[in-house]
Design a protein. Structure first.
Length: 417
């Protein structure tokens, strides 16, 4: 009877095995929802805390403050005050999720590092010693010209590419992001080329909402003082929620209002938060500054580019992609490798055809050769423990197949006699 292949071995051997979606083998730290349609940062749970900070004060305003306002103002004006607060809150929350749930401008990773003699590395940085001895290697930086000004771009060891201008690698999301501004902990997402507009609209709209609630809480206090002919302290005692919201929105307005003013300055001068803190263009020439009018048009009236990643695209879940995904993420092993390792440790024996064994052995030997000669790209987030665990699993798998081949060879010899 021909030997039977286990499901785990068949997935490794069969190149026509089941396909996975790109988001299922994504090497960054992002979290995906709804089948890869929404992409969040690894700290996306902070998003719910931000929602509470916005929604709870508005609920208190509608439940305790607006009731008196509807009685004091004409009927339609009182209801309009409440309706505006509710509608504007929904608008702010929608901007929050538009910022947090979309690709901020992630640059796809290269599967292999570029060759040292590629044409795009011809203009290297003068800081790199060109007379280095030994095998050719990639220079850490190269220089390109932006609007007539020389700009230095860096090579990313994780994404295996030279970052485009204004691109930076986010250590939290583990991605290179175009026009990287910063990683916002309140949004739980990187702010980059594809979501900066929504981020600014969210911050500025939150400022307006805070000022709106702040103003009408004061109106409510003033109405109480006029109605009961009392001082400010007694009016606050009659409506303590108004006092709490006044203090809360005053503090929040300084925070989000200051952030809005800072980003307005960045927009007018065409800077990012990262560039402002790192390069300090004051007194220097900013190669991206096109003038106030064109800078504003670039942020608010230009077309948002399409994502460079199709997270729902199908990719082959073969052994090489599984190995690469495990190493790039710094994880010990893939689910399939873990299953094979578990079978070996529990003493289970899986039979594999001779032709199939040769394919697997060649993959293992090629992988081991890469590891021995040091040509496997170095990832900054690959720790020694993860490397050892992957190697040990491969060795166990190779030993398992070697034992099966020896047994099969003996059976053929005895059968020949």
């Amino acid at each position: 009877m021909p030997p039977h292949l286990s499901d785990s071995n068949r997935r490794i051997i069969d190149s026509n095995g089941p396909s996975l979606r790109l988001y299922q083998v994504w090497k960054g730290s992002n979290r995906f929802f709804f089948g890869g349609r929404l992409i969040f940062g690894p700290d996306f749970r902070s998003l719910f805390f931000t929602v509470l900070l916005i929604v709870v004060p508005v609920i208190l305003f509608c439940a305790f403050v607006s009731q008196r306002l509807m009685n004091e103002f004409p009927y339609h004006w009182g209801r309009l005050i409440v309706a505006i607060s509710v509608i504007f809150t929904a608008y702010v929350i929608s901007l929050l999720f538009l910022t947090a749930g979309r690709d901020p401008g992630i640059i796809p990773r290269n599967p292999h590092p570029p060759e040292p003699d590629d044409g795009d590395i011809s203009c290297i940085s003068t800081d790199w010693a060109g007379s280095q001895s030994g095998a050719p290697s990639l220079p850490p930086t190269k220089e390109i010209i932006v609007n007539g000004i020389v700009v230095r771009v860096k090579y990313c060891q994780t994404c295996l590419l030279y970052r485009p201008p204004r691109c930076s690698h986010c250590s939290i999301c583990n991605n290179c992001v175009e026009r990287f501004d910063h990683h916002c902990p309140w949004v739980g997402q990187c702010i980059g080329k594809r979501n900066y507009r929504f981020f600014f609209m969210f911050v500025s709209s939150t400022t307006i909402l805070c000022l709106y609630v702040f103003a009408f809480c004061w109106v409510n206090i003033k109405k109480i003082m006029d109605t009961y002919n009392c001082d400010l302290w007694k009016a606050l005692l009659k409506s303590p929620v108004s006092g709490i919201l006044i203090i809360y929105t005053f503090i929040a307005s300084w925070f989000v209002g200051g952030l809005t003013a800072f980003h307005l300055y960045l927009i007018f001068t065409n800077q990012t938060t990262y560039e402002n803190f790192r390069y300090r263009y004051d007194g220097k020439t900013n190669p991206y500054n096109l003038g106030c009018g064109r800078n504003i048009r670039e942020i608010f009236f230009s077309e948002i580019p399409s994502s460079k990643n199709n997270f729902r695209a199908k990719v082959k879940g073969d052994s090489s992609s599984i190995f690469n995904t495990s190493m790039s993420l710094g994880r010990s092993m893939s689910p399939e490798m873990a299953k094979i390792s578990s079978d070996i440790e529990t003493g289970k024996r899986r039979a594999v055809d001779a032709d199939d064994f040769e394919d697997i052995q060649s993959q293992i030997e090629s992988f081991g050769g890469l590891e021995r000669c040091g040509t496997e790209p170095r990832h900054t987030n690959w720790d020694h423990k993860g490397n050892w665990e992957i190697t040990s699993d491969i060795n166990m798998l190779a030993a398992e197949f070697d034992m099966e081949r020896d047994v099969r060879g003996r059976q053929k010899i005895h059968g020949g006699h």
